[in-house]
Ligand binder design. Structure first.
Ligand code: FAD
Ligand code: FES
Length: 300
């Protein structure tokens, strides 16, 4: 009989065998694993950054994600929602999720406290091509909550900075109250190896940064098109205009990557809920290059 630390579950389980974390997760991919909230940082009026630690040490050790992937978070008795992982894979043992309060699920998550327990399964989805980006310049453009998945990529690049060329970050928000991760941006602003442009549509008296749409800083950008990858995440309306600016700079379409949100259920290509045309956003995406994204109805 397995003891409490020797759980044998599903088809891979054999009497007397003890599975490691990866085998446990593979044995039942639908199973959410308990995770404790270990830190909560309010970012704006409607967004909070949560840090979670998986409780089972074997699952925690086996959990590896790549920038652009997401997890399914469950609150017992409420439901489940896909949320992008916002922390860098180079930091192990915990993951950070940046959550906007929208409806019932996210409101309940916002009401939770440090020490409370949720379920986590994943990571799922196709990530940004981090290894292909090595050795190249990277131009990252985020609008609003789109900074959540891009932050994972930015932090991963930061942790392996010498592997990349010029790194430019453009982050646009509606107004100064909605700018997230201000301290982190302040830190990047003072570094010489990141070019950072923060912009808001509607400034107030506290704002001394750029004003205008997220496409405005492109006017000052000096891009080497043969050597640059683009990464975009933001509200649907943003993609077409940002892609257009990247194309004007000569970045090839197959090096422009973007992350999409579609309504999802299983997160692993089983239920068809996220299907658009012949693509399943949960496994063929959420990160697509321009050519792939063009075939997703209503995206471009
Ligand atoms: C791959 C992926 C990654 C995501 N990453 C994040 C993240 O990092 N942070 C975050 O806060 N949210 C993220 N989301 C969105 C999040 O899953 C939804 O906001 C959440 O499911 C809403 O649940 P709710 O019960 O609070 O709101 P609901 O009551 O379900 O919805 C409130 C409103 O939001 C709309 N809505 C809900 N889900 C979506 C969606 N996926 N796309 C567009 N509109 C939607 C509904 O139509 C409704 O108008 C992600 C979604 C996907 C598919
Ligand atoms: S969410 Fe089920 S197939 Fe994509």
């Amino acid at each position: 009989m397995p003891t409490s630390t020797q759980v044998a579950v599903g088809p891979l389980a054999h009497a007397g065998s003890v599975m490691d974390g990866a085998q446990l997760m593979a044995a039942n991919p639908y199973r959410p694993w308990e995770a404790r909230i270990t830190s909560i940082t309010p970012l704006t009026e409607n967004e909070k950054l949560f840090e979670f630690r998986l409780i089972d040490e074997r699952i925690r050790d086996a959990f590896h994600h790549e920038p652009g992937q997401f997890v399914e978070v469950s609150i017992f008795g409420v439901g489940e929602a896909p949320i992008s992982i916002s922390s860098s894979p180079s930091k192990s043992g915990f993951i950070e999720l940046c959550v906007r309060r929208m409806g019932e699920f996210t409101t309940r998550l916002h009401e939770m406290q440090c020490g409370d327990i949720v379920g986590l399964r994943g990571p799922y989805g196709r990530p940004f091509p981090f290894d292909d980006m090595r050795g190249h310049d990277v131009l990252l453009v985020a609008g609003g909550l789109g900074i959540a998945p891009l932050r994972s990529l930015i932090n991963n690049i930061h942790d392996e900075r010498s592997d990349f060329g010029n790194v430019t970050i453009i982050y646009g928000s509606k107004n100064p109250r909605e700018v997230m991760f201000r301290e982190q941006f302040e830190m990047w602003r003072h570094r010489k190896d990141f070019d950072l442009y923060l912009t808001v549509d509607h400034p107030d008296d506290t704002w001394d940064g750029e004003v205008g749409l997220v496409t405005a800083p492109f006017a000052h950008l000096d891009v080497d098109p043969r050597n640059t990858f683009g990464a975009i995440c933001g509200p649907p309306v943003m993609y077409r205009f940002v892609v257009e600016e990247m194309r004007k700079k000569g970045i090839p379409y197959d090096r422009i990557y973007m992350s999409f949100e579609r309504h999802m259920k299983c997160g692993m290509g089983k239920c068809g809920h996220c299907q658009v045309g012949h693509q399943y956003c949960c496994i063929d995406g959420p990160v697509f290059n321009y050519w792939e994204a063009k075939n997703i109805q209503g995206s471009m």
